[in-house]
Design a protein around this ligand. Structure first.
Ligand code: GAP
Length: 449
């Protein structure tokens, strides 16, 4: 068996086990959009909660926000998105495919030659990535409104509200998780680049002279986050943006890249956005957005902003790719020699403990259900009584369940169960009353080998 990790394997497992489905599949699918199934939504929520805890609970100087997706259209003029948030686009006159000009071989682009069919390409034109829609009953252009292409602007326009309502003092940050929309021209590689996705962004407001110091600090913090998340650190690297890659608002920017099956690709960005956004919002709104530092002689200034901007749905893809393994576990020359296992950190696993009665009969099912009820206040649990026990372990391995509890005839006698560990497949005998502390300790001490 080929044990490489490919995107085909990830897509297939994601569908088979209810992580990710194609949007509107029964109608042939909707490009650029995906639905998260029972396992996917659990995984997504866990990544989001992990990030939220890391950024807010563990940083005293960061508070949260949940701003609306629909914002005043002037926001996007001020932010520069109406003018600058564009991709260079070319169409093939023959096969009608559309490409991003910056992703075509420059020699072919210079000759206007289609990379797919060799046909003639159109001239390059700018294509704005923002989705437009209409608010109100009349669709005559007066109700033009955009679906936000980043969550960041919701934070900037609320920065004064938050200073006033929560008595925040610089330096401080605002964190937000939410949907963003981009009319992406190329949406391949599964959920890597989609038209509808989720971001986890944090904007940190600092004194103008201190931006470089905080930029370095946030680069360190964001790198450490992935280690805590249980990601293999040799799969990550930094990429600093060159002058021609920098977004219109950025003075300096680094991406953290992950080695996906299709190569190293951006996972999240740490950006020094200077005072660009707040200066522009002050200009366009006519409102004074200066910070008044009462502890320093009422010094007034527009803060600089250090942004950490991560894709939640992209982190979910990373979590799947990083966890996936086709592992040889026996040598009998049968299909059963192999198991597919997801080595999620237990904090991320959609199911923490699966409770499995060895048999349905003789009261074992009822006993197992009873144990499950006891555990479910503290853990995400599953119950499975169908098929051979080995098959049931494999099913749990495939969705990354770190612990299985098997209830057998001995349980009836002495109240002990078998606790099986996903990664090592080791099994130990534990008293029912010791299950909760034993699993909690194993989660705390977890290290992927
Ligand atoms: N506020 C800054 C900003 O939005 P970005 O580099 O355009 O910066 C940040 O996006 C992160 O959002 C990316 O690193 C990526 O993880 C995620 N992201 C961006 N576009 C995406 C898309 N079309 N599909 C999925 N994730 C996307």
């Amino acid at each position: 068996m080929d044990n490489s990790v490919t995107m085909e394997k990830i897509v297939s497992l994601a569908k088979r086990r209810g992580f990710v489905f194609q949007s509107s599949e029964i109608y042939g699918g909707q490009a650029g959009a995906w639905d998260y199934g029972p396992m996917g939504v659990e995984l997504k929520n866990r990544i989001s909660r992990f990030w939220w805890k890391e950024m807010t609970q563990l940083h005293d100087d960061i508070v949260g926000l949940d701003a609306a997706i629909l914002m005043h259209p002037k926001v996007w003029e001020a932010s520069g998105h109406v003018e600058n948030f564009t991709d260079p686009l070319v169409d093939c006159k023959k096969c009608k495919q559309r490409f991003r000009a910056d992703q075509i071989d420059p020699a072919k682009l210079a000759k206007k030659e289609c990379p797919e069919c060799g046909g003639e390409l159109t001239d390059t034109r700018k294509f704005n990535l923002m989705f437009k829609t209409n608010i109100g009953p009349v669709d005559d252009g007066t109700g033009l409104i955009y679906l936000r292409p980043e969550t960041a602007q919701g934070i900037y326009v609320n920065y004064k509200n938050i200073i006033q309502s929560n008595r925040m003092k610089i330096p401080f940050g605002i964190a937000q998780v939410g949907k963003a929309f981009r009319n992406e021209i190329v949406t391949k590689n599964f959920i890597f680049r989609t038209c509808e996705f989720e971001q986890m962004e944090m904007q940190f407001f600092v004194h103008p002279g201190e931006d470089v110091k905080w930029f370095d600090y946030w680069r360190e913090q964001r790198w450490a986050y992935y280690e805590k998340l249980g990601i293999r650190m040799n799969k990550l690297r930094w990429h600093q943006h060159g002058p021609d890659e920098l977004a219109h608002y950025a003075k300096d920017a680094y991406d953290i890249e992950y080695e996906f099956p299709m190569g190293f690709k951006e996972l999240e960005g740490v950006h020094n956005r200077t005072n660009f956004d707040l200066t522009r919002h002050q200009q366009f709104s006519g409102k004074d957005l200066q910070y008044i530092d009462q502890e320093n002689g009422n010094e007034r200034y527009i803060p600089y902003i250090i942004e950490t901007s991560a894709g939640l749905t992209r982190q979910l893809l990373m979590a799947l790719c990083d966890a996936y393994e086709d592992q040889k576990v026996a040598d009998k020359g049968t299909d059963d020699d192999w198991r597919t296992v997801l080595h999620f950190h237990p904090t991320l696993a959609p199911i923490t403990i699966a409770v499995l009665p060895l048999m349905k009969k003789d009261g074992l099912a009822e006993l197992a259900q009873d144990i499950r009820s006891e555990l479910k206040e503290e853990f995400a649990t599953d119950y499975d009584q169908g098929g051979a026990i080995g098959r049931r372990y494999r099913r749990q391995d495939e969705v990354g369940t770190p612990f299985c509890v098997t209830v057998d005839y001995q349980t009836k006698e002495d109240n002990t169960v078998t606790l099986r560990f996903r990664d090592s497949m080791e099994q130990i005998r534990v008293h029912r009353s010791e299950l909760e502390p034993t699993v909690k300790k194993a989660i705390k001490d977890y290290k992927r080998v």
